[in-house]
Write a protein that binds this ligand. Structure first.
Ligand code: HEM
Length: 231
């Protein structure tokens, strides 16, 4: 069953989450957003939900900075909360915090990130990988669509979340990141647990898209909407 022996961990984790990546990419909400079928309110709510998720991710940074497993991944140039806050000020106005509420899926996602951030550095790495490496990749496609659909200034307010000002060469950065994954100080069992947590991270993202999709159903996204949304 274990074909992982000898396979670099970066390959293992990517391969293990490939199917869920496709599912997330093709979720009704993402398809509608990338297809230009949603209004800016949907994008603003999505951005707000990311603020809660990245708040949880980045609240753990201080406590994990010296950790031998998670510490090497914590690069200041990745931090997204300040960028999300600038985007939200642009999208919602300076009082945006007053109305910011996590959807149930967001609260569950952020709670899991907080939990692993406090108790399991390997699990935290799984969440870190799922979000930041994704933002450096597909995130760039979302930025381009958002600029075109809602008229944000190129790489300006509204899409700063997707702009990594201090990462001049994302491809090189991702290579280094994968080298860190490959050097993860963990045995095979722990690596398998990290892969499982990555799958869980993808599932938490998909659940969030489902809730967002239910709110902004365009007909197409209704298929991926799941159950009714309490709120
Ligand atoms: C419509 C939305 C999305 C598009 C178009 C997209 C596109 C891509 C592309 C093109 C890559 C490959 C980049 C490369 O090989 O360097 C990638 C990688 C990645 N994406 Fe996405 N993505 C989307 C959504 C997501 C979501 C929702 C997540 C998770 C929250 C995610 C997580 C990742 C991760 C972790 C990688 C890195 C895989 C690896 O090389 O290890 N993506 N994405």
């Amino acid at each position: 069953m274990d074909a992982s022996h000898g396979t670099p961990f970066s390959t293992l984790i990517r391969t293990a989450s490939q199917e869920q990546h496709t599912e997330a990419e093709n979720s009704g909400f993402m398809s509608d957003m990338l297809g230009g079928r949603l209004g800016v309110a949907a994008y603003a709510l999505y951005t707000e939900q990311l603020w809660f998720v990245y708040g949880a991710l980045e609240d753990a940074v201080d406590r994990l900075s010296e950790d031998p497993v998670a510490g090497p991944f914590l690069r200041p140039e990745l931090l997204r909360v300040p960028e999300l806050e600038r985007d939200l000020t642009h999208l919602r106005g300076p009082g945006w915090r007053d109305g910011a509420v996590p959807l149930p899926a967001t609260a569950a996602y952020a709670a899991r990130v907080t939990e692993v951030g406090r108790s399991w550095p390997g699990g935290y790495v799984a969440h870190h990988y799922t979000r930041y490496l994704g933002d450096l990749s597909g995130g760039q496609i979302i930025r381009g669509t958002a600029e075109k659909t809602w008229g944000f200034e190129r790489k300006g307010d509204g899409v700063r979340f997707y702009v990594f000002e201090e990462i001049a060469n994302p491809a090189a950065f991702k290579r280094e990141y994968r080298a860190l994954l490959d050097a993860l100080p963990a045995d095979d069992l722990e690596k398998q647990r990290v892969v499982d947590e990555c799958r869980r991270a993808f599932a938490l993202n998909t659940a969030l898209f489902r809730e967002l999709g239910a709110r902004f159903a365009t007909g197409r996204s209704a298929t991926g909407a799941g159950g009714p949304l309490s709120a």
